[in-house]
Design a binder for this molecule. Structure first.
Ligand code: NAD
Length: 282
């Protein structure tokens, strides 16, 4: 039976350390504050906003939500981002995904100041990520690497297979893992015969958003399995991995919930603190 990679436990541990750093900043009169722009009323976004707010409060970070109507115009959104960019009290800005159809997300992201880009989605920060001289890191990818490091799972020379090529998970994770000398393959919806790749993975990460996608026969004996997926099935939250059949074959495996989710939120807070420190010359 694979050992459980306890993301929730590690997130709590790291949050304690971060809380200490925030207290020290506050003693110097520096208050970390980040803003989330939420457009419309996507039910998933509401849950994420609540989770983020709770973690931020525990750590001592203030989160301000700008709730905009579902029919918000692009021009007004850009004007708001401009305002937040120049507000010296604000250290981090993020646009909650998904956004309504009329919003040009790329243009909005390009508008965010790279110095306040907590999600690492502005073009210059994405470029730095691939160049290997990044300051911020996308939260989920950062959380996955923190978890592997905590359990002393080395990436050097390992075959890593990532299912999912999104800008928020698959691609940035590939960049960070390449930096750690892994050999990385990214699979996606158009990939033919997933098993051909997944069976060769020393470390398999699934970020597809497809419940039951990863089965025992798709993995190699003793693979490390990281499940990023969050899916609702019959009122339960499950990942992409068929946990009951994959866990006995894996050497390590993340649960859902309690795996990558809590680490993503904690990692986001780490980015807020990093940017706050830098924006104040620390
Ligand atoms: P997305 O929809 O933007 O991307 C999904 C990717 O998976 C795409 O590249 C697609 O090609 C690929 N894919 C989907 N089904 C596939 C299949 N059957 N075979 C091969 N490839 C397939 O999604 P996203 O924003 O990257 O999120 C992916 C999942 O991770 C979702 O379930 C999301 O809720 C979850 N997520 C979790 C966290 C967390 O903190 N745990 C953070 C971000 C996203």
């Amino acid at each position: 039976m694979g050992q459980i990679l306890d993301g929730k436990g590690l997130a709590n541990l790291l949050a304690g350390k971060l809380q200490q750093q925030v207290s020290e900043l506050k003693e110097q009169g520096i208050e970390p504050l980040f803003c989330v722009i939420n457009i419309g009323d996507d039910p998933g976004s509401k849950i994420y906003l609540r989770t983020k707010k709770k973690r931020a409060q525990e750590i001592g970070i203030a989160q301000k939500v700008y709730q905009l109507p579902a029919d918000e115009s692009q021009a007004d959104l850009l004007a708001l981002i401009d305002e937040l960019n120049v507000n010296p009290q604000i250290n981090g800005i993020m646009v909650q995904l998904p956004v309504p159809e009329q919003i040009d997300l790329n243009e909005a992201l390009e508008h965010i100041s790279p110095d306040k880009d907590v999600d690492c989605l502005t073009p210059s920060n994405v470029g730095r990520l691939w160049r290997g001289d990044h300051f911020v890191e996308p939260a989920t990818a950062h959380g996955i690497l923190a978890l592997l490091k905590h359990y002393q799972i080395n990436l050097r020379g390992k075959n890593v297979v990532i299912i999912g090529r999104s800008s928020i998970v698959g691609k940035p994770l590939a960049a960070l893992m390449l930096e750690q000398d892994a050999t990385v393959s990214i699979l996606h919806l158009k990939t033919k015969n997933l098993s051909e790749y997944t069976k060769r993975a020393d470390i398999l990460v699934s970020a597809a958003g497809h419940a039951g996608l990863v089965t025992a026969e798709m993995i190699k004996q003793d693979a490390v399995v990281v499940d990023v997926g969050i899916n609702r099935v019959n009122g339960r939250t499950v990942g992409d991995v068929n946990f009951d059949e994959v866990a006995p074959k894996a050497s390590y495996i993340t649960p859902v919930p309690g795996g990558i989710g809590p680490l993503t939120v904690e990692s986001l807070m780490e980015q807020v603190v990093k940017l706050t420190r830098r924006n104040h010359g620390r």
